[in-house]
Design a protein around this ligand. Structure first.
Ligand SMILES: [Zn+2]
Length: 289
């Protein structure tokens, strides 16, 4: 049996859920899979990495990642965390704005974009294909030391994708404001220390109506693999030891306080919990309609 033409199009990738008094959205930006170069995790063997991917049903010789952003519908407009690749990523990415439209919003509705860190998969979507702002009415909030690290000129600093970063923020610098850990960026949204993956990676605690969620960005890569192996150090972590400490702290807190967690590289809709059973286990949240 053939599906109708409309139904045979790509999946619509948004998920609406409530967080206290807020309506929230998971917005899928896409998936990428490529041959995995050796040494993806610095401190373990290739066989162990392959086994970990195979264990959750992913091709053992590939690096397969998904990208999902979070948006909050607040009284002051839509607040978007990490707008994904936009039009500058692998061909199987760039779905965030189509999914935003499918959910009933427009790019003009975004009043604030909050950035966790400056890796290309998190910031490139700030620009549209023609290099104009993808969210024309949005102010952009970034971690202060992240800006200094990436936009500075230290030639010894490892800065994966720095040309992309300077290209994006060079075009948008007048819209950018900077924050520090501990700041309340907007009512109920607090910046949390989560460094190591990059020098100033920031997570965000979001509280509304007695409910809480932590947007944990890349404290772990895919949490199905890395929550139970917090000592593994993927090459994307700029400071592997510091990232490991942040990961342990965040996972322990998530388990202790039974927090709803949002990891950017978790399987869509990127919501789950962490249970401290035999180490940490990532538990995807149920789809609730
Ligand atoms: Zn990432």
């Amino acid at each position: 049996m053939m599906p109708t033409k409309a139904a045979s199009r790509a999946n619509i990738g948004y998920y609406r859920f409530s967080l206290g008094k807020l309506t929230a959205l998971s917005l899928h930006d896409g998936t990428a899979s490529r041959d995995r170069a050796s040494g993806f995790v610095r401190n373990i063997t290739e066989d162990d990495i392959s086994a970990a991917f195979a264990e959750i049903g992913l091709p053992p010789d590939k690096l397969t990642l998904t990208f999902t952003s979070l948006a909050l519908d607040s009284p002051k407009g839509l607040i978007l965390f990490d707008p994904g690749w936009g039009m500058r990523g692998p061909p199987s990415t760039g779905s965030l704005i189509p999914n935003l439209l499918a959910a009933g919003y427009e790019a003009q509705d975004v009043s604030t974009v909050i950035i966790s860190h400056f890796h290309s998969d998190h910031i490139s979507g700030l620009l549209a294909a023609d290099d104009t702002p993808a969210f024309p009415n949005a102010q952009i909030q970034v971690p202060r030391r992240e800006w200094q690290y990436w936009m500075g000129d230290d030639p010894t600093a490892p800065r994966l994708g720095v040309d992309q970063v300077t290209g994006v923020f060079g075009a948008l610098s007048e819209r950018v404001s900077q924050f520090d850990w501990g700041d309340e960026l907007l009512p109920g949204i607090t910046a949390l220390q989560a460094d190591g993956h990059t020098p100033d990676q920031t997570a965000f605690e979001i509280a509304s109506g007695g409910e809480r969620l932590i947007y944990a960005a890349d404290v772990t890569n895919n949490p199905l693999i890395f929550a139970r192996r917090p000592d593994w150090q993927p090459i994307f972590d700029v400071d592997g030891d510091r990232a490991r400490e942040s990961r342990h702290l965040m996972l322990a807190r998530a388990a202790r306080e039974r927090l709803l967690m949002f990891f950017f590289h978790a399987p869509f809709p990127a919501l789950g919990h962490v249970a401290a059973v035999d180490g940490n286990e990532y538990l995807p949240a149920l789809w609730c309609q």
